[in-house]
Design a protein around this ligand. Structure first.
Ligand code: ADP
Length: 259
């Protein structure tokens, strides 16, 4: 039996096609989110790659910021629940999920069964989210997927003292004008996101194992900085950005199998 999860985010759309509630038949990721052709493109890609017809899908579940606008959905689930389900599937011993996406950051506490027992969220301010990294990458004229490698090359990470994205932008520009090396500035930017995330995490409480999901998990500079600052290992995996879509597909399986 196939179920499908689609995570329609602010910047990207992710799809997971799940076979029998346990096997990933196909995944897709399109760099276009809510209000674009991204959802349809990601849906078509996952059906094509999984060799499945739309009529073969027992249950389709939407999650993410744009979940209410995907008409093909049979059901929907909040991003918090979707990430909890997805991360528990990826790493059953997870007790704290750090999810940083394109426009928010969430810390989710899980119990032994993988059920959400609490959360903290920053969805009010771009600092500490993927948006901050995207803005800074743009100023530095590098791609977001290069930020992790560049941060690893830093000799003396820059201090970004502004907590506001707009002020931090001016700060980065003046540091570059003063001759700071790009890797040092990138490391400072990654550290700044990590500091905001760790403050949120401490408020929520951090229990091991910790797993990082969302697109920013692909940025090794941020993940390593969080690990350093929290003083605990922060695991991630190539499925991190797909965790919400995976959780939605798992929820779809529960619905379809009527557990
Ligand atoms: P949303 O669901 O809100 O669209 P995602 O969880 O997909 O957000 O995360 C998007 C963010 O992840 C981007 O803002 C970007 O900073 C970061 N990101 C996406 N892809 C990569 C990558 N390949 N390497 C590093 N960072 C990435």
């Amino acid at each position: 039996m196939y179920t499908l999860g689609i995570d329609i985010g602010s910047t990207t759309t992710k799809c997971v096609l799940l076979r029998d509630g346990s096997e990933l038949a196909a995944t897709s990721l399109v760099r276009a989110g809510i209000g674009t052709g991204g959802p349809e493109e990601a849906y078509a890609a996952v059906l094509r790659d999984g060799g499945a017809g739309a009529e073969e899908i027992a249950y389709k579940v939407a999650t993410g910021y744009g979940r209410k606008r995907w008409e093909a959905a049979d059901g929907e689930i909040s991003e918090l629940s979707a990430h909890a389900l997805g991360c528990h599937f990826i790493l059953p011993e997870v007790r704290t999920v750090i999810d940083i996406g394109g426009q928010d950051a969430k810390i989710i506490s899980l119990d032994q069964q993988g059920l959400m027992s609490g959360f903290s969220m920053n969805d009010k301010c771009a600092a500490g989210t993927g948006r901050f990294l995207d803005v800074m990458a743009n100023i530095l004229n590098v791609d977001v997927d290069e930020l992790g490698r560049l941060a690893g090359e830093a000799a003396a990470p820059a201090e970004i003292s502004s907590t506001c994205t707009v002020f931090a932008e001016s700060e980065v520009i003046s540091q570059l004008a003063a001759g700071a090396a790009v890797p040092d500035v990138v490391a400072g930017i990654c550290n700044s996101v990590a500091t905001r995330t760790c403050a949120l995490a401490r408020r929520q409480g951090v229990r091991e194992s910790v797993y990082m999901s969302g697109g920013v998990a692909r940025n090794e500079g941020v993940r390593r900085a969080i690990e350093r600052e929290l003083g605990v290992p922060v695991a991630t995996s190539p499925l991190a950005q797909l965790a919400g879509a995976l959780g939605a597909a798992l929820y779809g399986y529960k619905k379809a199998a009527k557990f």
